[in-house]
Design a protein around this ligand. Structure first.
Ligand SMILES: CC(C)(COP(=O)(O)OP(=O)(O)OC[C@H]1O[C@@H](n2cnc3c(N)ncnc32)[C@H](O)[C@@H]1OP(=O)(O)O)[C@@H](O)C(=O)NCCC(=O)NCCS
Length: 199
């Protein structure tokens, strides 16, 4: 019997960096069954106080999550501990500014949301470190950035404990639906800094 081999051409899709383990956490691709667990805390007012996207439509969240495993650029993950969803991690591959000849897809942007019921247990710090590991070690990115409201002291502590370097304070640069214009702090890490730390 003859077999037909179909060769698909197109841009190379980096394979998912997940699943990965970090301390007692499992970071993995999202599945349909996660949507409800994530919705239970994504629109919590405690969370949205620190998010500029202050409300996420449940259908949009479902669509975005379920698109992750097939996406070449969105490597968001669900964070699980002992079989329970405790957080979500964000890892997007982004392009640098559009100067002629700038290489595509060399930079990453990370973020995280921890279910408020599990705050203060080191989950965000372990997640941020795992996101950096995925970005540099698995995806081979050149530079990773993260940003937080300047008054998000817990997130700032997380970024600094994860080893990121503060690069900027942008005054009144973020619009928050309830809080108005907010200051933002920006953090970054280069692959060489990550490697030096590991070595
Ligand atoms: C910010 C957030 C991610 C922290 O998650 P977490 O799992 O509680 O974080 P960790 O336990 O890993 O670490 C938090 C650190 O912040 C510190 N911290 C907490 N509240 C703080 C405050 N008000 N001021 C200063 N430090 C604070 C903790 O002491 C801890 O540091 P330590 O381990 O050195 O004591 C979580 O609260 C969250 O999801 N918030 C809403 C969404 C959000 O802000 N996402 C980030 C957007 S940039």
């Amino acid at each position: 019997m003859r077999r037909t081999v179909v060769v698909c051409e197109g841009p190379a899709v980096p394979s998912s960096p997940w699943p990965a383990r970090a301390d007692d956490l499992l970071l993995r691709d999202p599945v349909e069954a996660d949507v409800e667990a994530l919705l239970a805390f994504r629109n919590d007012p405690v969370v949205n106080h620190f998010m500029v996207r202050t409300h996420v439509d449940p259908d949009d969240l479902r669509r975005e999550l379920l698109a992750v495993p097939g996406s070449p650029t969105d490597h968001s993950c669900v964070v699980e501990r002992d079989g329970e969803v405790v957080a979500i991690g964000f890892l997007d591959v982004v392009d640098g500014p559009g100067q002629p000849g700038v290489p595509d897809g060399t930079d990453g942007l990370i973020g995280y949301i921890v279910d408020p019921r599990f705050a203060g247990q080191g989950i965000a710090t372990a997640t941020a470190r795992a996101l950096l590991g995925a970005a540099f070690d698995d995806l081979g990115l050149r530079r990773v950035t993260a940003a937080a409201n300047a008054d998000n002291h817990a997130s700032v502590a997380v970024l600094e404990k994860a080893g990121m370097r503060r690069e900027r304070l942008s005054r009144q640069s973020l619009w928050h639906h309830e809080l108005g214009w907010l200051d933002e702090v920006g953090y970054a890490l280069l692959a060489e800094e990550w490697a030096a730390r590991a070595g």
